[in-house]
Design a protein. Structure first.
Length: 302
């Protein structure tokens, strides 16, 4: 009896020691992981931020200053570089075209994508699974494979080299991602709220726009930001489908401005045009970055 008691005491004495060693090992592993992850994040931040700051500072320099001392502050801060880029290089006109095309396409794709995701997520009907997977397959379709068919299709409809044609093309390519992203948000919404709205006399349209859509606003905001970033930076589609210079978007204008100067390049004006192009994207991302981080979820068919 005394031997068994002694064994129990020995085992109970060993247990705290093992737990303490395990806790220390876990803490040590967490510290190592934190050090490595923070080091990589700091390194990545430097890689991203330093070139952006260099472009910003260079946008206030003359070409001679950029070539002679690229990493020094400008002797004279040349704000006229932005004026030259905005007016003489027509960046202001291209900026306005980009705003019109992207905003119109964003409104349409958010409306159509939300409605499509809502129907697929909340209603049971024949062919629902097929529609979902066909839309999902659209995410894997490369843009450059559709350039030639799109060109002739828009030409046949009289939409080639027009803003409406470019807007509809943007909507078509952004719709699968929007539906895929919002599908899980509408799946997760409580069905009781929808039933309560119907009991109060709300029809399908009113229940969607006044009840279900506001409840999915975090997902709507996040996917709107992703779509804005993608559409604002789109280059291949406008180059192939929008050759009218008066209707060029910002990416086309930037490309033409950089290539038109050949050997006599105004680097100050070019960097100023780059800043003008990047600033709207940065503002949108900085304002809504928390909503992006908190709203990303997987879209799965259930």
């Amino acid at each position: 009896m005394s031997t068994m008691t002694a064994d129990r005491k020995t085992a109970s004495d060993r247990r705290p020691t093992r737990d303490r060693k395990l806790t220390q090992a876990v803490a040590s592993s967490d510290r190592r992981f934190a050090v490595v992850s923070h080091t990589l994040l700091i390194l990545w931040s430097v890689i991203v931020i330093v070139p952006m700051l260099w472009v910003l500072v260079s946008s206030f320099k003359s070409t001679g200053e950029i070539l002679s001392s690229p990493f020094s502050l400008p002797d004279h801060w040349r704000v006229e570089n932005y004026t030259h880029a905005w007016t003489d290089a027509s960046i202001g006109k291209y900026f306005l075209n980009s705003v019109i095309v992207v905003v119109c396409a964003l409104v349409l794709v958010m409306l159509l994508g939300a409605m499509c995701a809502y129907v697929l997520a909340r209603f049971q009907f024949p062919g629902r699974r097929v529609i979902y997977y066909v839309m999902l397959a659209g995410l894997t379709f490369p843009v450059f494979l559709a350039i030639v068919p799109l060109f002739f299709q828009l030409q046949n409809f009289g939409l080639l080299n027009t803003r409406p044609g470019l807007i509809l093309t943007y909507v078509a390519f952004a719709l699968p991602f929007t539906m895929f992203f919002l599908y899980s948000f509408f799946r997760s919404l409580p069905h009781d709220v929808y039933e309560a709205a119907q009991i109060d006399g709300a029809g399908e349209w009113r229940a969607f726009f006044q009840v279900m859509l506001p409840m999915a606003s975090p997902g709507m905001a996040a996917v709107a930001i992703f779509n804005f970033l993608g559409l604002w930076n789109q280059f291949l589609l406008p180059v192939a489908l929008n050759t009218d210079q008066d209707k060029w978007v910002l990416t086309q204008g930037m490309s033409a401005y950089a290539s038109s100067q050949v050997y006599d390049i105004d680097y100050g004006g070019l960097f100023a045009a780059i800043v003008i192009t990047v600033v709207p994207v940065l503002i949108v991302y900085i304002i809504f970055q928390r909503r992006i981080a908190g709203s990303v979820s997987q879209g799965t068919f259930r």
